[in-house]
Design a protein around this ligand. Sequence first.
Ligand SMILES: [Zn+2]
Length: 508
Amino acid sequence: MPKYVPVIGMEIHVELKTRSKMFCFCENGYELKEKPNQNICPVCMGHPGMLPVANVQAIDWTIMIGLALNCEIAKFTKFDRKNYFYPDLPKGYQISQYDQPLTFNGRLTIGNKDIDIIRIHLEEDTGNLKHVSDGALVDLSRAGTPLIELVTGPCIDSAKEARDFCQEYQRILRYLEISDADMEKGQMRCEANVSLQEEGKFVIENNEVKPLFDNELNPKAELKNINSFRALERAIEYEIKRQTKALENGEKLVQETRGWDENTQSTFSQRVKETAADYRYFPEPDLPPLIIEDELVANLRATLPELPQAKLKRFVAQYQFDPETASIIIEDKHLAAYAEAVISELVGWLVALPEVEGSEEEIISANGKKLSKLVGNWLTTHLFKHLNESGQKVGDCKITPENFAEFLSLIYTNKVNNLAAQQILEEMFATGKAPTDIMEEKNLAQVDDTEAIEKAVDAVITSNPKAVEDFKAGKEASFKFLVGQVMKETKGKANPASINELLNKKLA
Ligand SMILES: [Zn+2]
């Protein structure tokens, strides 16, 4: 049986969140409006004789994403007309870029592999069609929204790699703040070209799959209707299985477009391509070609933020975060900035505390692991819980990095125990009050006073003779029960280590 290798290339469309549309001054339609056709004008409705004007912001942002993906930037580029008739395309053509894309020849590293990016070009989005019982309705709100199309080489060889690539691309788009790239809203649309080729009988050269000797290539399927990363991964996995099985059974595959059906978790044939569509591309006569000056590119390059992969590496190296926690924190640029501000403030707090010794650098290098664990845990577990429950983003959060750091310093120096800390955080999240104030108001400071804890331990031992007996008979669970009772007696404020020590001593 021959061995088949998956050959996958991606085509990803992303709507840019500029203020206005690509070729007119209408408000951008990337967020669907409640009512249809709210932000339209004669240009994006395709009335005859209307002249387009290119959106400079969209051009700059396309250059930015090109730079972020190590692409070359064209010195000369132009727009072209792609001619086809469809009811959601009022002009009867789409303004796109054909043979001279704005950026090209880039790469993005996924794992240890470079994924080749053939090109990223700029075009305009179409409108939306809504199918109803007696026909279809057209909403042109989205028509003319700036759209970038990224095309990778056919160098991806698994569903997971395709997903990782798309997720990293989304992270970068969000870091650049040029698109929210929400797949469910259709702001990011991933299509995968999937074929299976026989091992040793093809090569990939200049981003093209070529047969070796006199072999014939197997046709590819273009997967569409994918609205989540999970669906993307599943659709490709399904397609690899389907094509492998067909080839092994000696069936002939056809080049076709296949949709993903979420209900049946399978792909289905939508359209069989017999000939390549002829779009009769020609240079857009209503828009002048663009000359991209080196100075513009240099200026845009200077505004590139630190990108997610670099930030991840730095968080691990500089703050000693474990890679998993670091990858959760860097997922959102604003959260990463918040975490950094918290760490910096926290170290400041610790330096100022009389009981903590050493300079800022000494504290970080000596306690890095402990600090990053503390910050990571309280951010990604506890603060996330509150953010998720309230549907807020870190930017809306009432807790300033200063207060969050002060809060962590209370835990770090054992002023409050875990239970009390959770209560304090909840109050901070609701009111934005300072943690020390909450601790004092609610009397939540940890009781480290041995005398008070001893009193509570004695009381618990006296009133729970059964548990004491069970523990002495070897039942470990009874010890935990007794610790819990002492904690209750001290209203959750006692230092758990002191309780353990005292109980052990008294029950020995
Ligand atoms: Zn318009």
